[in-house]
Design a protein around this ligand. Structure first.
Ligand SMILES: Cc1cc2nc3c(=O)[nH]c(=O)nc-3n(C[C@H](O)[C@H](O)[C@H](O)COP(=O)(O)O)c2cc1C
Length: 340
């Protein structure tokens, strides 16, 4: 039996294999109202049919100005619950569990008239505006928005929630000495915003529903943080209630002296380091779509789960093809049985 196709359980989340669909923005909300439409329904349901154990819906924002673009998903009102529930029900019908990545783009909100951020420091690039620094009261209200979005995610029937604490978006902006120059409590303690968001979100989730957080394990900009800082952040997040860490890297700006590897499995060592330091389940991600490599990441114990991004865009049936390559018999949808 390939390790990739063994079940994995964390809290109430029972996964039939170790394959996670990585969250990937589709920029396809043509109505600009934050609600998933037929594209999202078809896209996510196809990956459930394709055999992924856990589908994570793309970055879904807690307020309209928290979107990267006006074409992104949101969970800022109760009207959003029903169209998400439709996708949740469909994925469940095809045997997958489903989560949603809750987020705010902060200074990387490109279509906001004035984006907000921990400090008034712009992201490099012509499409980025100088953000307005959030007041301390506004930060507290932002924490509440994450809680409200989580409440709606639970109402929509999601099995888990992932917080986007990576790739230079708002939670990451608070975590980083490069983007957080505040003098209040949210600047003196770089983990504080994330910790409060985790507590707010957890308080809206059933007690046994696991919370995931995606984190950038290292920053690549000069002056950015390294793995030791990420481990300390994760330690605080774990204490606050995080159950699984999804380990990515970068996204905060143009790489300086430290460069992302960009070769198969280049982020796996970060996942292993966080797992070993904190004894926490981890998801590894990043160029893991060679079947033998994905299998080895699980077999070696480097990570508990692997997330596949672009591999699943290219091939919704990536899990079925992986099973074939690894000699595992998988239940192919009966409609497609003659093809595999
Ligand atoms: C089209 C696209 C959209 C993405 N959107 C998100 C996102 O919404 N949230 C996120 O955390 N990462 C996002 N990512 C990063 C992926 O989740 C993943 O970490 C990255 O693609 C590396 O994995 P891969 O090599 O398997 O594609 C996106 C990547 C792509 C290609």
């Amino acid at each position: 039996m390939a390790h990739l196709f063994t079940p994995f359980t964390v809290g109430s989340l029972e996964l039939k294999n170790r394959i996670v669909m990585a969250p990937m923005c589709q920029y396809s909300v043509t109505a600009k109202d934050g609600k998933p439409n037929d594209w999202h329904y078809t896209h996510y349901t196809s990956r459930a049919i394709g055999g992924a154990a856990l589908v994570i819906i793309e970055m879904t924002d807690v307020e309209p100005d928290g979107r990267i673009s006006d074409f992104d998903l949101g969970l800022w009102s109760d009207d959003h619950i029903a169209p998400f529930a439709r996708i949740v029900d469909a994925c469940h019908g095809y045997g997958a569990k489903i989560g949603v990545q809750i987020a705010h783009a902060g200074r990387k909100a490109e279509d906001a008239a004035t984006p907000v951020a921990p400090s008034a420091i712009a992201f490099e690039g012509p499409q980025y505006k100088v953000p307005r620094e959030l007041s301390t009261d506004e930060v507290k209200r932002m924490v509440e928005r994450f809680g409200q979005a989580a409440k709606r995610a639970v109402a929509a029937g999601f099995d888990t929630i992932e917080l986007h604490g990576a790739h230079g978006y708002l939670i990451h902006q608070f975590q980083s000495p490069v983007t957080n120059r505040r003098s209040d409590e949210y600047g003196q303690d770089l983990a504080r915003f994330g910790v409060e968001v985790i507590q707010a979100v957890k308080s809206e989730m059933p007690s046994n529903m696991p919370l995931l957080i995606r984190i950038s394990a290292v920053e690549y900009v000069d002056g950015g943080y390294g793995i030791d800082h990420a481990i300390e952040l994760c330690r605080r997040y774990r204490e606050a209630g995080v159950d699984v860490v999804h380990v990515s890297s970068g996204g905060e700006g143009r790489p300086g002296k430290r460069k992302p590897g960009n070769y198969p499995g280049y982020q796996v060592p970060f996942a292993r380091q966080i797992k070993e330091a904190l004894d926490v389940p981890v998801i590894a991600v990043g160029m893991l779509d060679e079947y033998a490599l994905a299998e080895s990441v699980i077999a070696s114990g480097d990570a508990d789960l692997v997330a596949i991004g672009r591999g699943l865009l290219r091939d919704p049936y990536w899990p079925i093809h992986a099973a074939q390559a690894l000699g595992v018999e998988l239940n192919v949808p009966k409609q497609y049985a003659r093809a595999f």
